[in-house]
Design a protein around this ligand. Structure first.
Ligand SMILES: NC(=O)c1ccc[n+]([C@@H]2O[C@H](COP(=O)([O-])OP(=O)(O)OC[C@H]3O[C@@H](n4cnc5c(N)ncnc54)[C@H](OP(=O)(O)O)[C@@H]3O)[C@@H](O)[C@H]2O)c1
Length: 287
């Protein structure tokens, strides 16, 4: 696929954004990567890297200047939403937003939380902006396993976790990016909301053992209570994030994961399995 768009990727150094930058670059698109720390971004020299911060709207004008299409990963506080979106709307013609399955009637995705309220606000501002928009709604990112389990797996064979039997359908960031690139570069995606998942429903225990297969080790998951998990992770993650996850997993217990075929339908290639993802990231789980 070739692409003539001039694209600003916001969130370019993250799990999904980095893949979007790399896949866009291979289409011939004119790609600009925004980050708060250009010196640490680590992109190849052909990628234009620019300093910008969603919390400081004045920094966005220079990043947006000369681009007409934006890939937006929102990772800033809620207070920054209105001013940042106003700048984006002034400059861009088309936007692809990394959102979440806010409208999917599965308990994993339907628990109230402040993050959800913020994302709904972002969507509402985009929908009423006059921009051509596409919303990508991935379920659980496979890349969550890096923050959740890699530190434990690097030092031993046991992962301590709650809700070990709760299934999700983790999606490879490469597949989200492959859909994003089509929505950024091709016509026919305006107004579309794509619910994107991995191809399989896998419990947390099955995901941990799949990582073990990918790295050639026999890993074991040890169930701990939600309260114990919350106490252990409280010094590491924000309380709101811990509660968001615990509520989602509690609600999803006993339900099969929600699985869609959207990746294959949009890209023409099957979605990557969790084993594919773990193999791609094997080095990050090894000591
Ligand atoms: N985790 C899941 O299962 C899941 C599921 C559905 C949707 N999502 C959505 O996915 C998104 C996270 O995607 P990801 O995993 O690819 O991200 P990530 O790896 O967490 O990276 C976050 C990115 O945001 C950038 N960033 C942070 N604060 C910023 C700011 N103030 N201004 C500009 N850029 C900022 C960071 O860039 P620098 O540090 O380089 O500036 C980095 O590129 C979130 O919006 C989340 O709601 C996640």
């Amino acid at each position: 696929m070739s692409c003539m768009e001039r694209v600003l990727v916001i969130g370019a150094t993250g799990n999904v954004g980095r893949q979007v930058v790399s896949q866009l670059a291979s289409t011939g698109a004119d790609v600009r990567a925004m980050t708060r720390k250009p010196d640490a971004a680590g992109f190849p020299p052909q990628i234009e890297v620019m300093r910008g911060d969603l919390s400081f709207p004045d920094t966005l004008d220079r990043c947006l200047h000369g681009t007409d299409t934006v890939f937006l990963v929102w990772s800033a506080p809620a207070a920054a939403v209105v001013p940042a979106l106003a700048r984006i709307v002034q400059h861009a013609r088309r936007i692809v937003l990394l959102s979440a399955p806010l409208k999917t009637p599965h308990p994993l995705f339907q628990q109230p939380n402040p993050h959800r309220v913020m994302v709904e606000k972002i969507e509402q501002l985009i929908e009423t902006s006059g921009l051509e928009w596409t919303f990508l709604r991935p379920g659980m990112l496979a890349a969550n396993a890096l923050g959740w389990w890699a530190p434990q797996i690097r030092v031993g064979d046991v992962v301590r976790w709650p809700y070990v039997d709760v299934p999700t359908a983790p999606i490879h960031e490469r597949d989200i990016a492959a859909v994003a690139v089509r929505a950024l570069c091709q016509s026919g995606h305006a107004g579309a909301e794509y619910v994107l998942t991995g191809p399989q429903s896998l419990t947390h225990a099955e995901q941990v053992s799949t990582i073990g297969c990918a790295i050639g080790r026999s890993l074991r998951i040890e169930e701990i209570s939600p309260g114990e998990w919350r106490r252990e992770w409280l010094p590491i993650w924000p309380e709101a994030l811990l509660d968001m996850l615990l509520n989602a997993w509690a609600a999803a217990a006993g339900h099969a994961a929600f699985v869609t075929s959207a990746v294959a339908e949009i890209t023409g290639a099957p979605a990557h399995t969790f084993f594919d993802w773990a193999t791609d990231h094997a080095g990050e789980f090894r000591a």
